[in-house]
Design a protein around this ligand. Structure first.
Ligand code: NAG
Ligand code: NAG
Ligand code: NAG
Length: 521
């Protein structure tokens, strides 16, 4: 599927779907030229999963349905896929913890399922849920793997969606705070990094503008499908507003009640892509800045300076909620670090502001493309090979660029590969595989296989550059039963769902510092 500029649906997809990195700063070096040891001692390399995408076990041990269970059971995902079993992390976590140790992970980020921990959304804590997360956290600590917890990664207890519309209501603030309080109280002694909310910007656009993510709300003509309920012109802004307020209140709670100096920090993660102007025309330069203001500074500017970007206020007008003075004070500075979920960069050019009703995308009024030449490169075909050379190149280039950024003075503290094992992807179900470890979703027991990227990462973290050719033959030997030898040598393709690609992704934790934010905001 190619990204076409101009079509609303594909603009969303280009926002949301990862693609191979097209615009790396400098090509991948043939030889790595650096080692783990070149990074600061306190820099961490990790990997991540998230509760709904990884766990499965959706109706076990007292877990209540999340909004994603409802959404997927309504058949709204590609291939009508659900995460009822997903990577079966609810049963396979012990094996995965062993793999984490083998991979030499220095940190692991997981998210907590609110529906598993507090099935009614508020009130009683589910002991089985506590037990599950406590076990994982204890094992990580025992093995010297830093614990990063995402409190909320898009899976809301459906009961709160039904009761008051979830993130659309300020009533979420109190429930989110009480839920976070349980997390801090129960797990806080062992957690080094707390991330309150995953990608408020994209979560809101997907949930309330395009309708691609649960609870799947939108209004004509803006959704990717016809929604029965929603308002794409106002709801994305309301949801982000409530998420920012919720983030601020939870951060305050953590700082006042739980944060012990030097022990834990708290932040948020935002979806980012870098935007380059397609041309140097004034309108395109402005469009590029506007794009960053809408995508990135929509969430980050309030968290650092206490208010939305001026250009958003001008364009969105009364549809953009405003902060009271007290709220502004609360959100301002409510970060110890910023998590940046970054996949690729895009070229941006101006799109005149439309007349009539507008949604978030129409308000932002830009066109995107993945390359300067039209048509842009499309996605590869279905491919979940374990011989993921492209991905190793991506990781090498990306990690190399972080080192360059560090040497240029950027305050970067860690790097997390998404994802540790293949999971249910929020946009594509099982159509895309990101795992360092492949999961065979067609097999009931969900076996894992190391991809070459897992071997490479593991070697890198031991200060060793892995010889990928060598690894390739090792992997081949181990997986004889799947191999299909051809005269050209050993090759194999594994069947997979439609539309997949050997994609890569990563999360980058950057510390918020006045120095860097002043330049970017
Ligand atoms: C969305 O909400 C705005 C502001 O309340 C209203 O003017 C508009 O008509 C609504 N649109 C839809 C499709 O309901
Ligand atoms: C825009 O100007 C910059 C700086 O002069 C230059 O590096 C860049 O190549 C120009 N971009 C285009 C698309 O002309
Ligand atoms: C699958 O990916 C591998 C590694 O990136 C590549 O060599 C192979 O050609 C791809 N196969 C298809 C059918 O795209």
């Amino acid at each position: 599927m190619a990204i076409k500029s101009g079509s609303i649906a594909t603009v969303y997809l280009s926002l949301l779907l990862p693609q191979l990195l097209l615009l790396l700063h400098g090509a991948a070096p043939a030889v790595l030229g650096f080692t783990r040891g070149d990074f600061p001692e306190d820099f961490v390399f990790g990997s991540a999963t998230s509760s709904y995408q990884y766990e499965g076990g959706v109706d076990e041990d007292g877990r209540s349905p999340s909004n994603w269970d409802i959404f997927t059971h309504e058949g709204k995902m590609p291939g009508r896929s659900t995460a009822d079993v997903a990577a079966d992390g609810y049963h396979k976590y012990k094996d995965d913890l062993k793999l984490m140790v083998e991979t030499n992970l220095e940190a692991y980020r997981l998210s907590i399922s609110w529906s598993r921990l507090i099935p009614n959304g508020r009130g009683a804590v589910n002991p089985k849920g506590l037990q599950y997360y406590n076990y994982i956290i204890d094992e990580l600590v025992k093995n010297g793997i830093q614990v990063h917890i995402m409190i909320y990664q898009l899976d809301l207890p459906q009961v709160l969606e039904d009761e008051y519309g979830g993130w659309l209501s300020p009533r979420i603030l109190e429930d989110f705070k009480a839920y976070a309080d349980v997390c801090f109280r129960e797990f806080g002694d062992r957690v080094s990094h707390w991330i309150t909310i995953d990608e408020p910007n994209v979560a809101s656009i997907g949930s309330y503008d395009s309708g691609q993510l649960a609870p799947g709300r939108c209004s004509d003509p803006f959704g990717i499908r016809k929604c029965t309920i929603g308002n794409s012109s106002v709801e994305p802004y309301i949801a982000v507003h409530n998420m920012l307020l919720a983030h601020a209140s939870v951060t305050k709670l953590y700082r006042e009640k739980y944060q012990v100096a030097g022990k834990g920090v708290i932040g948020i993660s935002v979806y980012t892509f870098w935007a380059y102007p397609l041309t140097n025309s004034t309108v395109d330069l402005e469009a590029t800045k506007r794009c960053q203001d809408f995508m990135l500074h929509w969430t980050l500017r309030p968290l650092v300076f206490g208010d939305y970007p001026q250009v958003m206020k001008n364009i969105v007008g009364s549809r953009l909620p405003s902060f009271t003075k007290a709220q502004s004070e609360d959100v301002k500075g409510s970060l110890d670090f910023i998590g940046m979920n970054h996949y690729y960069s895009l070229y941006v050019n101006d799109r005149p502001l439309g007349k009539g009703a507008r949604d978030f995308v129409a308000d932002m009024s830009v066109y995107y493309r993945g390359s300067k030449t039209d048509p842009p490169p499309g996605y590869g075909s279905s491919n979940d090979t374990i011989h993921d050379h492209d991905r190793i190149d991506y990781l090498k280039s990306y990690i190399g660029s972080i080192l360059t950024a560090l040497r240029n003075g950027a305050n970067v503290k860690g790097y997390f590969v998404w994802s540790f094992v293949d999971v249910f992807e929020y946009l594509s179900g099982y159509g895309q595989s990101y795992g360092l470890y492949r999961v065979d979703f067609a097999d009931e027991s969900r076996p894992r296989q190391a991809r070459l990227s897992a071997r490479w990462y593991s070697g890198f973290l031991k200060n060793r550059e892995t010889d990928v050719q060598n690894e390739l033959s090792m992997a081949a030997e181990e997986l004889q039963y799947l191999l299909n030898p051809t005269p050209q040598g050993l090759r194999f393709m594994v069947r997979y769902g439609p539309g997949g690609q050997p994609a890569s992704a990563c999360n980058l934790h950057t510390a918020a510092s006045q120095h860097t934010t002043r330049h970017t905001l």
